[in-house]
Design a protein around this ligand. Structure first.
Ligand code: TCR
Length: 880
């Protein structure tokens, strides 16, 4: 008899206990032809048996105390819930009705009032039992059921527990995952309320923080190799390196065995409280490679002095459960006959018991100490301590109930309850308003609405010297602390899977570096994405940027696309080689033109200079100087003044040149036509003369008529004044046009960013395209007219082939400007300016050389040919 009723006058109260001492129901063939019997259980669990024994130990301790329930002895009834709801319900009903049928179960203290139920085991069992107990307002104190749904006082009015709610644990796990920056995790949950609600809350918290769940599997409750196989495949195939498991050890064990068979490594497992210190899991051979580095949450651990001795001193013959324990632990059959013999023998001191034992039998004298069994391992008393606290809670409530002062009691009219015949709800009152210190540990226990505070130790599975797993305490979690202090982890003391020291990574996609943005993958979680490089002109300067940012107008992306850099400013500068070259060439051109002018001035009196109206020649040279020099204005950073001057000077310069030329060309053409007419007249005159001569030879000699007078006036119908008027008018038209242009829509400098992304091209905007077109079209028109006039006069052979020179120079002019168009259109940026300058220079040099080179040659090298009579056009037909 485990409870000592030494004192006969002592009152008795019975506490109920329920422990899942077996792991499952024994399978029974469902035969409806006979009376159904309650099925038995199988799979003896040493750990839960220790819990049951701890309850007995606590009751013993309390019964031995003078200050706690001094006048009352506690008895107990303990049921095996077998990890199954049906057994738990069966036990609850048996307990409530007092029909002691369900054996093997302890029952001690018949007839005494029932106090409370300590149990019933896992959350699913407690949910079932507390619904029944709640009907009668019968208190239930759970040591193990941590599921958050049991928080509801509405559904479970009489449920209390000494283990914190999983609400805290789920949040703590989520925080752990976030703490290490894992964004890609897999989850495995037991197929019960514990696993499902635990993982559900974990997912909620974690997903809100942007973590994605790679897979989410459920462990089968009833052994199913296919399901386990499926989960193993999922774990292997997933890229998630972190697996969160919310399950009891019993449900998880088959999976661990299968994973070990598949040699799965390189995962970090996050353990829930139910398996974080499980010997069942951690004692598999070779488990280190699979589960080394596991992190998990354990409830408060305590030392309970005297417990180990109590556990080791268990009497195997006391009860069917202890018998089964003994036989399972020593893998033998207890032999009652031999046992009695041995007892006698050992009492007589003969010893040498085991040598005479037949194979497979045991005596009950075997040493539990040497067995090294989970049962007697008191190094990780967590749930055990919770059981201990639960028993003490009931005892303290009973104590308070017993020591109620009549008149000051909590019930109607200050009445008290009687410990010999109290109602369950009266005990419930005392349990709810309880506060006590746990013996040995000194921890203060009180229930806030049935719950205790969420305090966890964070445990890391590390290998110890003999390659066994040791549970190393690396931090803690306190749900009552301010948010940032809730979790304290010593990162350095963690040893990860494969004995790694750095934190493992678990992400679906690596982070997107600056310069790229996250691109969603259709149909995949948000944590899985592609990093798409930003397009040109767009940047991202953070990791994991959702999108790229467009750079400002004057900025452009750098090569890495992680910063906007100012665009390079481009214009053709004076200082650069191309600029210098162009300046030199144009200056040379201008100087050369002036030199030609000088030569002309020096020979101004000679026929050659006089033949072509010298004033027009000078204006032509002046125009050329202007065009040469204006090309310099095209260089440098465009300014308002330079934009206006360059184009206008060019247009005017050309206008001046071409107007002068048109004057010359018009003169030449008229000369040519006059000459042609004169020649026609001469022919007629000659024919007439010939006929007359023939006649005369017959008759008499008639002097021939004088040749037609070719006076200067006849050949030069256009006087210099006319040419000049033409030139002046032609130039003036252009000047007026340019003035209008400058007044109404003057060219202005612009920043052109459209052509090239990485550059700002500084250039001149013409202000109005139509205007600039008209102005240069006018120049072109002058050139065309000049060409036509000169072409018509090309046959006119004066000594200097003036008409040919002009025709040729116009051809050069056209060729240059025609080839300029495609060249200009196909270049970009500052080279457009260069092309334009080249065209200007080329056409100007063309004009200069074609028109003035032959003349200068004559003037300087062959002055003897510069004679008056040579200046006259040489008619092909000579007189006589
Ligand atoms: N709460 C779990 C069951 C459980 C358990 C354990 C089972 C917990 N701790 C340790 C075996 C060993 C925590 C439940 O179902 O509520």
């Amino acid at each position: 008899n485990l409870s000592g009723y030494k004192d006969v006058e002592k009152k008795k109260v019975v506490i109920g206990g329920m422990f899942p001492v077996h792991n499952r129901l024994a399978s029974s063939d469902s035969n409806t032809s006979s009376v159904p019997v309650s099925s038995g259980c199988e799979g003896f669990n040493f750990r839960t048996f220790r819990w049951a024994q701890t309850m007995l130990f606590a009751i013993h301790e309390i019964n031995g105390k003078e200050d706690l329930l001094p006048n009352t002895d506690l008895g107990y009834v303990i049921y095996d819930s077998c990890f199954t709801i049906s057994k738990a319900v069966e036990g609850t009903l048996t307990y409530l009705t007092g029909q002691d049928e369900a054996v093997p179960n302890y029952r001690c203290g018949d007839g005494a009032p029932l106090a409370a139920l300590v149990g019933a085991g896992g959350s699913d069992l407690s949910i079932a039992t507390s619904r029944i107990l709640g009907l009668y307002y019968f208190p239930q104190v759970s040591y193990e059921s941590s599921c958050s749904v049991l928080e509801s006082r509405f559904q479970y009015p009489t449920f209390l527990r000494t283990i914190p709610s999983d609400e805290h644990q789920s949040v703590a796990m989520a925080q752990l995952v976030l703490h290490f920056g894992w964004t890609w995790v897999g989850t495995i949950a037991a197929d019960d309320d514990y696993g499902k609600y635990g993982i559900k809350r974990f997912r909620e918290v974690v997903e809100e923080a942007g973590v994605c769940v790679s897979f989410s599997e459920t462990l089968p409750k009833v052994s199913s190799p296919e399901d386990i196989q499926h989960i193993v495949q999922t774990v292997i195939e997933s890229t998630a390196k972190i697996v969160v498991v919310f399950s009891s050890e019993v449900d998880l064990n088959p999976l661990v065995e299968e994973l070990l068979r598949h040699n799965v490594t390189n995962r970090t497992w996050i353990a829930s409280e139910a398996w974080v210190t499980s010997a069942l899991i951690s004692h598999h051979p070779g488990v280190l490679s699979l589960l080394g580095g596991t992190l998990g949450f354990g409830i408060h651990r305590a030392e309970i002095p005297g417990l180990q001795r109590y556990l080791l001193n268990i009497d195997p013959y006391e009860d069917p459960l202890t018998e089964e324990f003994w036989e399972t632990a020593f893998n033998c059959t207890l032999d009652y006959g031999k046992a009695m013999q041995n007892a006698r023998a050992s009492a007589m001191g003969t010893g040498a018991v085991s040598r005479i034992m037949p194979e497979g039998l045991c005596t009950g004298q075997e040493s539990l100490e040497q067995l090294n069994n989970t049962y007697s391992d008191v190094s990780q008393l967590r749930i055990t301590y919770s059981v201990y606290k639960a028993v003490y809670a009931v005892a303290h409530a009973l104590h308070n109930l017993e020591h109620c002062q009549p008149g000051n009691g909590p019930f109607e009219k200050g009445s008290c309850a009687d410990i010999t015949k109290f109602e369950p709800w009266q005990l419930m009152y005392y349990l709810k308003n309880l506060q006590f210190d746990v013996p040995h540990t000194g921890e203060t226990i009180f229930f806030t609405d049935g719950e205790v505070v969420g305090l966890y130790e964070i445990i890391n599975w590390q290998s110890n010297v003999d390659d066994q797993i040791s549970y190393v305490h690396i931090g803690y979690y306190n749900s009552t602390a301010p948010p940032e202090e809730r979790m304290i982890i010593n990162n350095d003391s963690i040893i990860w899977n494969n004995n790694m020291l750095e934190v493992p990574r678990s992400v679906c996609s690596e982070r997107c570096q600056p310069g790229t943005r996250m691109g969603i993958r259709q149909g995949e979680p948000v944590c899985c994405f592609d990093c798409i490089p930003c397009t040109d002109g767009e940047i991202s300067n953070t990791t994991d940027a959702r999108g790229c940012i467009q750079c400002d107008e004057d900025y452009w992306s750098n090569a890495n696309h992680d910063a906007c850099v100012p665009k390079t400013i481009e214009f053709l500068d004076f200082g650069e080689p191309l600029g210098i070259t162009l300046i030199v060439i144009s200056a040379f051109g201008a100087l050369l033109t002036m030199a030609v002018g000088m030569v002309f001035i020096m020979h101004v009196g000679t026929p050659l200079v006089q033949a072509n109206d010298p004033l027009l020649s000078f204006s032509l040279l002046l125009g050329l100087v202007v065009t040469f020099l204006c090309s310099i204005v095209f260089l440098g950073e465009p300014q308002h003044w330079s934009c206006m001057t360059s184009q206008v000077a060019l247009a005017l310069g050309f206008a001046l040149v071409l107007s002068s030329l048109i004057g010359k060309a018009a003169l030449l053409m008229l000369r040519a036509r006059a000459l042609k007419a004169a020649r026609g007249a001469a022919k007629v005159a000659k024919a007439v003369a010939k006929a007359a001569a023939e006649q005369a030879s017959d008759t008499a000699v008639v002097p021939p008529p004088p040749p037609p007078a070719t006076t200067k006036n006849d050949v030069d119908p256009l006087r210099p004044i006319h040419q000049r008027v033409i030139a002046v008018i032609a130039t003036l038209i252009q000047a007026v046009a340019c003035t209008v242009w400058l007044i109404f829509c003057p060219p202005y400098p612009v920043k052109n960013t459209a052509v090239q992304n990485i550059k700002i091209i500084l250039e001149c905007d013409p202000g109005n395209v139509i205007f600039i077109c008209c102005i240069f079209a006018y120049d072109l028109l002058l050139a065309l007219l000049t060409f036509i006039f000169a072409f018509v006069a090309r046959k006119l052979e004066d000594h200097f082939s003036e008409a040919k020179c002009v025709t040729f120079s116009m051809l050069v002019f056209f060729i240059v400007w025609i080839s300029f168009v495609p060249a200009y259109l196909s270049t970009r940026g500052k080279f457009m300016v260069a092309v334009q300058i080249f065209a200007i220079l080329a056409s100007s040099f063309g004009l200069l050389f074609c028109i003035f080179l032959p003349k200068c040659y004559l003037l300087l090298v062959k002055p003897e040919r510069n004679k008056e009579e040579l200046m006259k056009p040489r008619p092909k037909l000579r007189d006589g």
